[in-house]
Design a protein around this ligand. Structure first.
Ligand SMILES: [Fe+2]
Ligand SMILES: [Fe+2]
Length: 203
């Protein structure tokens, strides 16, 4: 039988998770602006896309806190200051934080919730942990491409999508402007990271 929610560690962990997700959303929104200022529009959109998913995570945790409506929950916690000009560094620190949530924080919160008898809360922690893994992998992949000068060029023929007009460019080196809409090359994204493209396994 579940212990009293008001006396549970799960109540505090839900508030910690809500705080963490809220901050991640803001950090990614700020990182998106940094990327945009440096002409990396596609990377900026990836940060915004992820920021919106962090909002959805925050919303789910907040929903589970409804039992405490009207109360103030005090928590302690450590939160990162990932304030960098380097987009690679922003991506790597985001990857690090996502992995921490996936590997440590949310599984631990899930286990505590389970021990305390809060199955729905435990499930939310475990499910959201899996999503953070996907976030970590995407941030890590883009960071790796940028660090190795492989974001806009490749030794083999590759495909990129212009996120402004949808043009698919085939080649080894993304042109300085999109040949169709003439937007800057920062709008191009490697095709395997592009949204809504038909992937091999669907063919
Ligand atoms: Fe999240
Ligand atoms: Fe995330």
């Amino acid at each position: 039988m579940a212990i009293n929610f008001n006396e549970s560690r799960t109540k505090e962990n839900l508030m910690r998770a809500f705080a963490g997700e809220s901050q991640a959303r803001n950090r990614y929104t700020i990182a998106a602006r940094t990327a945009q200022k440096q002409g990396m529009y596609a990377v900026s959109q990836i940060f915004l896309f992820t920021a919106d998913q962090e909002r959805a995570h925050a919303e789910r945790y907040y929903e589970l806190l409804k039992k405490s409506a009207g109360e103030t929950i005090r928590i302690d916690g450590g939160y990162p200051v990932d304030h960098f000009d380097s987009v690679e560094k922003l991506l790597r620190s985001a990857e690090h934080n996502e992995l921490e949530e996936y590997d440590n924080v949310y599984p631990a919160f899930g286990n505590i919730a389970k021990e305390e008898g809060f199955i729905e809360e435990a499930t939310a922690f475990y499910q959201i942990a899996e999503i953070e893994k996907v976030h970590a992998e995407r941030f890590g992949k883009i960071a790796m491409l940028l660090e190795n000068n492989r974001y806009y060029e490749s030794p083999e023929e590759e495909e990129w999508m212009c996120l402004n007009c949808g043009h698919i460019f085939h080649g080894r080196l993304v042109p300085n402007v999109c040949p169709v809409c003439h937007y800057e090359k920062g709008y191009f994204i490697p095709a395997d990271l592009a949204p809504f493209l038909e992937h091999e396994f669907l063919k």
